[in-house]
Design a protein around this ligand. Structure first.
Ligand code: F6P
Length: 374
């Protein structure tokens, strides 16, 4: 019997999504003779039943394209803004899954998508996921597609910032994406030779950062590159942030949860300008001029690297194999050379953060790179 599968992309876009759609789609269609449809704009498209037939012509010529041909959204099935209010739309998703005669739903996404996919699995759908995000923070996979491309873009930016920082004897603070994980700032900071790397997993002391920069200036290098992850926090704020998250998680009633949530939101909105604040503080503490560069969405746009195309293709074709075998409720993870299914329950709700003693951190410390912690 021909199997019918649906593919959707959810969460922030990421280079390699089209390569993955192509990998799943071509293997499913050409090798296993399945019917493949694409669902528009993530889980919202499944609620609104907006689909497209992913035939050979749609899957052709997309390997090198950035973004996602299907469109994406950050909508969550159980809390979706619909007709002006947030509603649980999971039952509608189940209805449309059945109406489209789907035997499997492939969800391409990061941490949030894994959680959403698990909820649909619990509703009885045959769900299977792939790990994508430039943040590289999905649990139980060596890496996620999108990360390598973003790493290259951020490294290239740091390379360019070096020459201008050097010429003007300035500090340049460069903000790098990654949500609450430091992989992208750490990787590009090392590859680009940043003098200071600040990541969320290692709270920093601004005095220590300034000391490192002053030390460089005293040694005849009055310029420094500070690679700061968007989620990096100074020591005091990090403690407050973690305490509030705990309070929100363990709140005994609705009122307490609401209060913790509001305090967290206030802290996050104060944090929104942290890179600019950090730069200003460093000027004051070092007497050097400082400038800010926020790389932002440049890190997610454009053509995927060869490594991301290869990874997305490997995981995509392995996904088709697993659907053929009837293996659902799993994420197709990259483990060494292999693509391995990992139960979604072990992935959803967990984040892969940078261990403070990770080999990359140790290696950077051997070079004298400051993390603002000692
Ligand atoms: O998760 C990927 C990511 O690019 C993060 O690095 C960043 O914090 C976030 O998405 C930005 O999200 P949005 O597209 O919602 O602005």
């Amino acid at each position: 019997m021909t199997k019918h599968i649906g593919i959707l992309t959810a969460g922030g876009d990421s280079p390699g999504l089209n390569a993955a759609i192509r990998g799943v789609g071509k293997a499913a269609q050409g090798y296993y003779d399945m019917q493949v449809i694409g669902i528009r704009d993530g889980f919202r498209g499944l609620v609104e039943n907006r689909t497209t037939h992913l035939d050979g012509s749609m899957l052709s010529g997309i390997l090198t394209r950035g973004g996602t041909i299907l469109g994406t959204s950050r909508d969550k099935p159980h809390r979706m803004l619909f007709n002006g209010k947030k509603q649980d739309m999971t039952d509608v998703i189940v209805e449309n899954y059945l109406a489209n005669h789907l035997d499997a739903l492939v969800c391409l996404g990061g941490g949030g998508t894994q959680k959403n996919a698990l909820q649909l699995l619990e509703k009885g759908l045959n769900v299977i996921t792939l790990p994508k995000t430039i943040d590289n923070d999905v649990a139980h996979t060596d890496t996620t597609f999108g990360f390598d491309t973003a790493l290259g873009i951020a490294t290239n930016a740091i390379d360019r910032l070096h020459s201008t920082a050097h010429s003007h004897h300035r500090i340049i603070v460069v903000e790098i994406m990654g949500h609450r994980a430091g992989w992208l700032a750490l990787g590009s900071g090392i590859a680009g030779g940043a003098d200071v790397i600040l990541v969320p997993e290692i709270p920093y002391d601004i005095e220590k950062v300034a000391e490192a920069i002053r030390g460089r200036a005293a040694g005849g290098k009055p310029f420094s590159i500070v690679a700061v992850a968007e989620g990096a926090l100074p020591i005091g704020e990090a403690e407050r942030f973690h305490a509030l998250r705990e309070r929100k998680l363990n709140a005994s009633d609705k009122k307490e949860r609401k209060e913790a949530k509001a305090e967290l939101a206030a802290l996050e909105s104060k944090h929104a300008n942290h890179t600019v604040d950090l730069s200003r503080q460093l000027e004051e503490l070092t007497g050097l001029e400082s400038r800010v560069t926020i790389l932002g969405y440049l890190q997610r746009g454009g053509i995927p690297s060869a490594a991301d195309r290869l990874l997305a293709t490997r995981l995509g074709t392995a996904c088709a194999d697993l659907i053929h075998e009837g293996r659902f409720g799993v994420m197709v993870a990259s483990r060494g050379e292999l693509a391995e299914p990992v139960p979604l329950v072990d992935v959803a709700g967990y984040k892969k953060l940078v261990p403070p003693d990770h080999p990359w951190v140790i290696s950077a410390k051997r070079l004298g790179t400051s993390f603002g912690d000692m």
